[in-house]
Design a protein around this ligand. Structure first.
Ligand SMILES: C[S@@+](CC[C@H](N)C(=O)[O-])C[C@H]1O[C@@H](n2cnc3c(N)ncnc32)[C@H](O)[C@@H]1O
Length: 216
């Protein structure tokens, strides 16, 4: 008898509901419980391609919010006028460039994942590097009290990363969403109540020609 595969369920559900990736259901589960994105929120989504988290965040922020996505790959769909996309490697991104969109963000999301090798410690080390970069960006751009949701693969570098994360937020939850494959090392950290104001670097903003959005 064929074994039940939860990924098939979420994959089909995403197709049916017209989301470009099944990962949307991880964010949905966390959003339903913790209500991190509110109408009018200013959201930064790191590693946003193909775009299902952007779709979901766009719905949640509504007409008064704004969503900025960053990825080194292209998106797989068009978005409305409240969604901006920056095609960039996060290691190259100067966080102060994000000031061109909003003065400060309420929520930072990172679903970034490295290209996996299948070698556990290599993949988890690369994932922790990415998550550390996402944490640096979140510290730079998040308002005091803001939320930071970040994917990371558990491995030997994880405990020291968790310690840094805990230093930056009032509370940190460790979450394994139902839509996350059981055999995956991925978990999500939710930082609530960012400590301190954004630490934007004092550099000049990049001109607006770099902005791409669904409506422009
Ligand atoms: C699992 S996918 C994200 C899926 C997305 N949340 C969605 O719902 O459509 C991980 C993404 O991280 C991006 N990524 C990995 N390393 C990156 C880097 N250094 N800079 C920018 N994006 C990166 C990949 O290009 C990939 O699109």
């Amino acid at each position: 008898m064929a074994r039940y595969k939860p990924q098939d369920f979420y994959f089909k559900k995403a197709k049916r509901q017209k989301y470009v990736a099944r990962s949307v259901y991880k964010l949905e589960e966390i959003q339903k419980k913790y209500k991190i994105i509110k109408p009018g929120s200013r959201v930064l989504d790191l590693g946003c391609a193909p775009g299902s988290w952007l779709q979901y965040a766009e719905e949640k922020v509504g007409p008064k919010g704004i969503v900025v996505g960053v990825d080194q790959k292209e998106l797989k769909r068009e978005f409305g006028p409240r969604v901006y996309f920056l095609k960039e490697d996060v290691y190259e991104l100067d966080p102060s460039r994000l000031k061109q969109y909003v003065p400060v963000f309420d929520v930072v999301l990172s679903d970034m994942a490295p290209a996996t090798t299948g070698i556990g410690f290599v993949d988890s080390t690369r994932s922790v590097y990415l998550a550390e970069r996402a944490l640096e960006i979140a510290i730079a751009v998040l308002k005091k009290g803001g939320f930071f949701l970040c994917k990371v693969f558990e491995g030997e570098d994880f405990p020291s990363f968790l310690k840094k994360y805990r230093g930056a937020f009032e509370r940190v939850k460790i979450i394994k969403p139902k839509a996350s494959r059981k055999d995956s090392r991925e978990i999500y950290l939710l930082g609530m109540g960012k400590k301190g104001q954004p630490s934007w670097k004092k550099e000049e903003d990049t001109p607006c020609q770099d902005i791409q959005s669904g409506a422009r």
